[in-house]
Design a protein around this ligand. Structure first.
Ligand SMILES: [Cu+2]
Length: 367
């Protein structure tokens, strides 16, 4: 079965890479060992662990621990269940934040309660399939990967075992984001420093749940049992669900993201598999790093931005009016019918100058 074959392929790839001569390194192990270390506890999205925007120290080794959790996940209000695969128990996986020049040291754990091999491909990393070739682990194993964060920006990470396992694991929930900040923080289009009061991480997922002969969503007792049917739906490229943070309604109502008028919010949006087009209804993107790379100046005053499948972007916005803002994938069918809608709940005073209902709805006057 694929489990054993995957494991063998992974061992072969790792052995091949281990046998390669070490290329000249910018820093040797002694120098890296002398760096300060920081242990970071990850938090579930849309929240992000505490971090400095401007680094107050030199480079360090930032340690993260992530268990992989295979588990059923309810993805809509009808109780439709995905045979989920997750980094750290959440869909998407948690956002990590480091600074350029830091070393990311991840301990990836595949508990023996899981049924499949997994790994991690960091789009922020250089070499060995983004770390994928060095991190393939079977249930009951763990691995430690270190990579240097050399490029700034927001980058997707995802599981990438092999062949059809790759898209299957990704559309089962195995993706997340790492944000590599410039050491001196974010800058606007003129190169001037800018900062955020809050950061939210929104991961968008397309799910492919098979239907039975009556058109109802099927449920399965295990990942293995769901695999063949799910692969057939995946190959049709028509998702049954397009959601933020793992489920329809995961970021609406009680779970709306909260802000105040005058607060500047950084919204990081990832999609590991499929293109999307975020839009904040009633607001804008003051500064948008559409491709998510902070070495490039941000675009200004955007209406809707584009996140390429396999990437994460970032938008900075200062809220100017109170109320509920819908934040959507502006393919409105995907937003409304398939689930890709979140809410921001913003408190503060209304500004009549920016908008006022001059006359309430009423009958059309008869002349
Ligand atoms: Cu996986």
């Amino acid at each position: 079965m694929f489990t054993r074959r995957q494991a063998l392929m992974g061992v072969a790839a790792a052995a091949m890479l281990a046998a390669m001569p070490a290329l000249s390194a910018a820093a040797n192990e002694t120098e890296i060992a002398a760096l300060p270390r920081e242990k970071v506890t990850l938090v579930a999205p849309p929240f992000v662990h505490a971090h400095e925007q401007v680094a107050t120290t030199g480079p360090k080794v930032v340690e993260f621990i992530m268990p992989i959790v295979e588990k059923p996940v309810v993805i809509d209000d009808e109780g439709t269940t995905l045979q989920g695969m997750t980094f750290d128990g959440s869909i998407p996986g948690p956002m990590m934040v480091v600074h350029e020049g830091d070393y990311v040291e991840l301990t990836l754990i595949n508990p023996d309660s899981n049924s499949m091999p997994h790994n991690i491909d960091f789009h922020a990393a250089t070499g060995a399939l983004g770390g994928g070739a060095l991190t393939l682990i079977n249930p009951g194993e763990q691995v430690k990967l270190r990579f240097k964060a050399t490029r700034t920006g927001t980058f997707v990470y995802h599981c990438a075992p092999e062949g059809p396992m790759i898209p299957w694991h990704v559309v089962s929930g195995m993706s997340g984001t790492i944000m590599v900040l410039p050491r001196d923080g974010l800058k606007n289009d003129k190169g001037e420093p800018i900062a955020y009061d809050k950061v939210f991480y929104i991961g968008e997922n397309d799910f492919y749940i098979p239907r039975d002969e009556n058109g109802d969503f099927k449920s399965y007792d295990s990942h293995g049992e769901s695999y063949a049917d799910t692969l057939e739906v995946m190959k049709g490229l028509v998702p049954s669900h397009v959601v933020f943070n793992g489920a329809k309604g995961a970021l609406t109502g009680e779970n709306a993201m909260k802000a105040k008028v005058g607060e500047t919010v950084l919204i990081v949006h990832s999609q590991a598999n499929r293109d999307t087009r975020p839009h904040l209804i009633g607001g804008h993107g003051d500064y948008v790093w559409e491709e998510g790379k902070f070495a490039n100046p941000p675009a200004k005053d955007l209406e809707t931005w584009f996140i390429r499948g396999g990437s994460a972007g970032a938008a900075l916005y200062t809220f100017l009016q109170p109320g509920v803002y819908a934040y959507v994938n502006h393919n409105l069918i995907e937003a409304v019918e398939l689930g890709a809608t979140a809410h921001f709940l913003v408190e503060g005073d209304w500004n009549d100058d920016l908008m006022k209902q001059v006359e309430a709805p009423g009958p059309i006057p008869i002349n």
